[in-house]
Design a protein around this ligand. Structure first.
Ligand code: HGY
Ligand code: MN
Ligand code: MN
Length: 395
């Protein structure tokens, strides 16, 4: 049967891989990531599952025969929290293990690779679900210039081949909310109604590197000034098309040459935007591209845009969602809600292939993608029990 202390012990064991402050540094294909996957493969085998790595490094623990798939990801952001993804994988392991012990329903487990997008956007499940061809994924480059092909070579002879989606009857992902809603309302469980869509790209603005003392302001082609003017004008312009749930982020900026006495000649930055509505994502893209070109012309900069990456908004399967709602009402009566996901998840890609649903537990202070990310143990265990109910492993 479900053993909360075994579950919590595994969760803390996984935390050890790439541990840093209270969080983890366990980016896709890094040594801590691969060591964590090797440890997880061992746990899967001990739980009576058949561990299989595919070419991307997605790790499956397969029950024999058709099964419900549970899981998430174990790679982290460059400075990540200990529960983002990890919670869903370890809860899945515990439910699958309990099911094996009692001869219950067939449950398989997955830890997708690079959900956190070192190379793009949820690349492991994007390749697995057929959205992104492996040959194309291999050409993706991280912020240090490493290609995905070079990075995944570390898998070596672990790769046992493809794991076909037809083995699975559906997918349920338990995840931390990564936002403030449940915590602010003292609720324990969120049953996800839909997951937002995203667009993500890298932009390069090129001007002229020059002397910071002798170059008159009016003659400069300053890449930082271009980015600064773009950001200010974009915030004003987007207000005409967005709603309160819309978000946009410039999260990664490389300024060249990044020296105090040199007018920066180039800036390479990431911009991503998210919304629950595909048409509004398109309108946001129009505003972003028009503003970028307008500012570049005014400031004498050249614009280069990398290919646009993205995922569409997706609604959760109603039948699987109903099973989560029944579990939530049993485990946390009056302390659960239906809610959208502002974060992206592998479930979006898996929804292309089979029925999919998600549930959340609270993030303390709504904090995530930070070392301080945390959730109260009682809520972690509540999420585990709701998942077990929905999987038919607990009544
Ligand atoms: O960015 C996201 O929403 C996910 O946590 N990678
Ligand atoms: Mn995640
Ligand atoms: Mn994340």
């Amino acid at each position: 049967m479900i053993d909360p202390s075994r579950f919590l012990s595994d969760l803390h064991n996984l935390r050890r891989f790439g541990a840093h402050d209270d969080g983890v540094i366990r980016t896709a294909y890094s040594r801590p990531d691969i060591s964590a996957r090797d440890w997880l493969a061992g746990q899967m085998a001990s739980a009576g599952l058949n561990p299989q790595f595919d070419a991307m490094g997605n790790l499956f623990g397969l029950a024999d025969g058709p099964s419900l798939l549970l899981g998430s990801h174990t790679d982290s952001q460059p400075t990540g929290g200990w529960l983002d993804g990890a919670l869903g994988v370890i809860a899945a392991l515990e439910v699958a293990r309990a099911a094996q012990e009692v001869g219950g329903p067939k449950i398989s487990v997955v830890s997708f690779q690079d959900e956190e997008g070192r190379f793009g956007v949820t690349t492991g499940s994007a390749v697995w679900s057929g959205l992104l061809p492996l040959t194309e994924a291999d050409t993706l480059v991280d912020h240090e210039g490493v290609t995905l092909a070079q990075a995944r070579a570390v898998l070596g002879d672990r790769v046992s081949g493809d794991v076909g989606p037809d083995l699975f009857t559906g997918f349920i992902e338990l995840h931390i909310e990564q936002g403030p809603t449940l915590d602010n309302n003292d609720e324990q469980i969120g049953v996800v109604t839909d997951i937002v869509g995203i667009r993500d790209r890298v932009v390069t603005l090129t001007g002229q590197q020059n002397h910071a003392g002798t170059t008159p302001m009016a003659l400069r082609r300053d890449a930082f000034q271009g980015l600064s003017a773009f950001n200010t004008r974009l915030n004003e312009r987007l207000r005409n098309v967005v709603v309160p749930q819309s978000v946009w982020t410039i999260g990664h900026v490389d300024l060249t040459p990044n020296a105090s006495s040199i007018v920066p000649g180039q800036v390479r930055f990431s911009i991503q935007w998210r919304d629950g509505d595909a048409e509004r994502l398109r309108r946001m893209q129009e505003v972003i591209e028009a503003t970028l070109n307008e500012v570049a012309t005014e400031t004498g900069l050249e614009v280069a845009m990398a290919p646009l990456l993205g995922l569409e908004p997706v609604e959760m399967d109603h039948a699987l969602r109903a099973r989560l709602e029944a579990g939530a009402e049993t485990i946390a009566p009056g302390r659960w809600r239906r809610m959208p996901s502002g974060a992206l998840h592998d479930a979006t890609n898996v929804a292309r292939l089979m029925p999919v649903a998600m549930l959340f537990v609270p993030s303390i202070g709504g904090v995530s993608h930070a070392f301080s990310e945390n959730t109260n143990e009682v809520d972690l265990v509540a999420g585990l029990h709701v998942l077990a109910h929905a999987a038919g492993v607990e009544q």
